[in-house]
Design a protein around this ligand. Structure first.
Ligand SMILES: NC(=O)C1=CN([C@@H]2O[C@H](COP(=O)(O)OP(=O)(O)OC[C@H]3O[C@@H](n4cnc5c(N)ncnc54)[C@H](OP(=O)(O)O)[C@@H]3O)[C@@H](O)[C@H]2O)C=CC1
Ligand SMILES: CC(C)(CO)C(=O)C(=O)O
Length: 327
């Protein structure tokens, strides 16, 4: 366990070894810290225990790394950093199970998409050791235990509460940078979180509903325009709630993602919400369009496109329950 958060972390726990958790774990496994990964998925654990965690890097290079993967927190010592990489719908359960992991110096970090994770995680760690942010890394899971890190991007982390110091966020950024990822500690995470949300609540939601990848959306002028309209609505809500978000920055992020996928001929460049729909798992719509609707209502802003996307995705989820009941 760490004596001081200024020192390099000696132990890291990663909760969730899916597409992006697996990508971060494969990088962090090469750092000097002891890395333990916890995932409830038996097929993932089985594959990683048998052949290591396999990552196909964005340049096509494939690597398998050995990681300590477990199905529960039992026997894991309180680490220096805990990363949350489950889907946001599982945050509450994962936080409850992981509460005993949080020692007097443990820093908890989340760069999950959407909004509201700090509120959940603040139940298990004091505000000055809660780090929130976003990542522009993009990954899919090809088979259990094999991730495709198809898009490289920066990770921005900062304190959950503005009044907290940057110390915990710097620790997290340092460990990510030393593992070959690109991370920065900033006290402007609110803008970064809103910027990413403005993109996800447009492109990921439309992708989930149409079952088209980013490439499929970009190839359709009508759908791309729809996404851009949703982005404009999202940015208006962000600005009304006090964040600074630039429409062109959000559109630029989406355009770069599309151009990168197109250029490299990546077939696995799917939004993680589309993968949820394909697997009929609960989506993150409450933390995406749901969060925007809540902020819009609070500030009296029109968010009718979000209301439509939210209702359609909820309806889609309901249809799986009906299918399951009639099977
Ligand atoms: N994929 C991407 O490119 C990006 C994703 N993100 C965000 O990161 C988060 C994770 O996404 P992603 O990696 O795609 O998700 P995945 O669904 O691929 O991975 C999540 C993993 O967590 C496991 N899990 C669920 N509950 C628990 C639990 N209580 N304890 C331990 N493990 C658990 C899941 O198992 P099971 O499947 O059995 O439930 C699954 O293996 C999301 O918020 C997403 O929006 C952010 C940026 C990019
Ligand atoms: C990588 C990206 C931006 C694709 O929409 C993403 O955040 C996700 O898949 O959830």
């Amino acid at each position: 366990m760490n004596e001081s958060t200024a020192e390099s972390p000696k132990s890291i726990v990663i909760i969730g070894c899916g597409a992006i958790g697996g990508t971060f774990a494969a990088h962090l496994a090469n750092s000097p810290a002891k890395v333990t990964v916890v995932d409830l998925s038996e097929p993932i654990r089985h594959a990683v225990m048998a052949s290591g965690l396999t990552i196909t890097h964005s340049d096509g290079r494939e690597e398998s790394v050995s990681v300590d993967i477990r199905g529960s927190f039992e026997g894991i010592e309180q680490p220096d950093i805990v990363f949350f990489f489950v889907k946001t719908v599982h945050n509450q359960a994962a936080a409850r199970d992981a509460a005993g992991l949080i020692g007097p110096h443990t820093v908890v970090a989340t760069v999950q998409n959407g909004m509201g994770h700090g509120d959940v995680l603040s139940g298990i760690v004091p505000a000055d050791r809660l780090v929130v942010g976003v990542t522009s890394e993009g990954a899919n899971m090809l088979t259990p235990g094999h991730v495709s890190h198809y898009a490289k991007g920066a990770t921005k982390v900062g304190p959950w509460r503005k009044e907290s110091s940057l110390e915990s966020a710097e620790l997290v950024a340092d460990v990510l940078n030393s593992a070959g990822l690109t991370a920065v500690a900033t006290d402007a995470t609110e803008n970064a979180i809103w910027t990413k949300l403005a993109m996800n609540a447009a492109y990921s939601s439309v992708s989930a509903l149409t079952r088209l990848s980013m490439e499929g959306l970009g190839d359709s002028p009508e759908l791309w325009r729809l996404c851009e309209d949703v982005v404009r609505e999202n940015v208006a809500v962000a600005i009304a709630s006090g964040a600074f978000v630039d429409v062109d920055e959000v559109l630029g992020m989406a355009n770069r993602l599309y151009a990168g996928i197109k250029k490299d001929g990546i077939i696995a460049g799917k939004a993680s919400m589309l993968l949820d729909v394909e697997a009929r798992r609960p989506t993150e719509v409450d933390a995406f369009n749901g969060a925007i609707l809540r902020e819009a209502a609070r500030n009296g802003v029109d968010a009718r496109l979000n209301a439509i996307l939210f209702a359609l995705i909820k309806g889609l989820e309901d249809s799986w329950r009906i299918d399951a009941g009639s099977a």
